[in-house]
Design a protein around this ligand. Structure first.
Ligand SMILES: NC(=O)c1ccc[n+]([C@@H]2O[C@H](COP(=O)([O-])OP(=O)(O)OC[C@H]3O[C@@H](n4cnc5c(N)ncnc54)[C@H](OP(=O)(O)O)[C@@H]3O)[C@@H](O)[C@H]2O)c1
Length: 303
């Protein structure tokens, strides 16, 4: 049994590397998704790669939006002070890096940048790092954060139009958006990103940001990775406007797969399509010729 497993593992890894290389080619090159080689992968890996294939399938309105949260059994993504290293295990981290590598842009809320100071780059798998997008409507973040200090990959800071006092914060480009009632509407954010050539957006957290996209009907899929840990207090994963009756709840038909010690719930959702002409109606500040456009490096070939 043991010798069989060790003999088969390298071949399994080769197949995984081949399937991943093909996905990267489909995402950023000319590969054909229909011929994605999934044979020889285990059932959970096949299910996982089906989620990536779904992410790459084009959307009729030009943008596909996938969110992920790594949560405890009791629905928390971090402790009360904001510590979230590590709620889920290494397989989920690999999964998140794959989602980053397939996306054109990765988006987080100001709370995540404030607490984690993430780099949001692709480091655990071969593949290019996406454009980094930070939602900071009130401009509460300072220039000391890593996403505003590192020149590459580019960072876009989205804020309320009336809070845009300059064009850049460190290395990041600042773009002001119309914000009725002081909030950035997820649909406005999507339209602005689609205008810049983003076809696939990965919303990586935190809980408030993913919740707002879900509440606004702005997600095509939600990846909820559940770890067998109880935090017992802390920051909520999802938090939506209150409902009175269970028949108002969002009932899903997820596909469930094992990710190491954790369980991934892949929930496909119906997103409200963006109006074709919305991009021309929203108030996007014109950042001029230096505007951050989609200009990604070529994928690194899988070893
Ligand atoms: N386990 C995981 O999967 C995971 C992933 C990411 C982060 N985290 C953890 O989660 C915590 C941060 O999450 P969080 O829920 O507190 O914060 P968050 O979602 O990262 O950021 C929330 C803030 O982002 C801004 N924002 C997001 N969406 C907006 C919208 N549509 N319109 C206007 N503003 C918007 C708001 O800033 P203003 O308040 O300034 O208006 C909001 O307060 C950290 O502890 C981090 O470590 C865990």
């Amino acid at each position: 049994m043991t010798s069989r497993a060790t003999a088969e593992e390298p071949r399994g890894n080769d197949r995984l590397a081949r399937a991943w290389a093909r996905l990267l080619d489909c995402a950023h090159g000319t590969g054909d998704l229909a011929t994605l080689p999934l044979d020889g992968l285990g059932p959970d890996q096949q299910r996982l790669f089906a989620t990536y294939r779904d992410f790459l399938a084009p959307s009729p309105d030009g943008i596909k939006v996938v969110a992920h949260l790594g949560q405890s059994l009791d629905g928390r993504i971090a402790t009360e002070p904001g510590h979230s290293t590590f709620v889920t295990g290494p397989d989920d981290f690999l999964h998140m890096h794959r989602l980053r590598a397939l996306a054109d842009a990765v988006l987080v809320g100001a709370g995540t940048v404030a607490h984690d100071d993430p780099r949001l780059t692709v480091r655990l798998v071969p593949g290019p790092s996406p454009l980094r997008v930070v939602l900071d409507p009130d401009r509460r973040l300072g220039p000391d954060r890593r996403v505003f200090r590192e020149p590459a990959p580019p960072t876009l800071l989205l804020c309320r139009a009336d809070r845009q006092d300059r064009e850049r914060l460190g290395t990041a480009e600042i773009v002001g958006l119309s914000a009725p009632e002081g909030r950035l509407e997820p649909a406005t954010v999507l339209a602005a990103l689609r205008d810049r050539g983003i076809r696939r957006l990965f919303v990586e957290g935190g809980g408030m940001t993913v919740s707002r996209f879900l509440a606004a009907g702005c997600l095509d899929a939600l990846h909820l990775c559940v770890a067998p840990v109880i935090i017992g207090s802390g920051r909520d994963a999802l938090s939506l406007p209150a409902i009175a009756r269970m028949d108002e709840a969002i009932r899903l038909a997820p596909e469930v797969m094992r990710l190491g010690e954790d369980w991934l719930f892949w929930c496909r959702l119906r997103r409200a399509p963006l109006p074709a002409r919305q991009a021309q109606e929203i108030d996007v500040a014109d950042a001029g010729p230096s505007a951050t456009r989609l200009d990604r490096p070529q994928p690194v070939p899988a070893p």
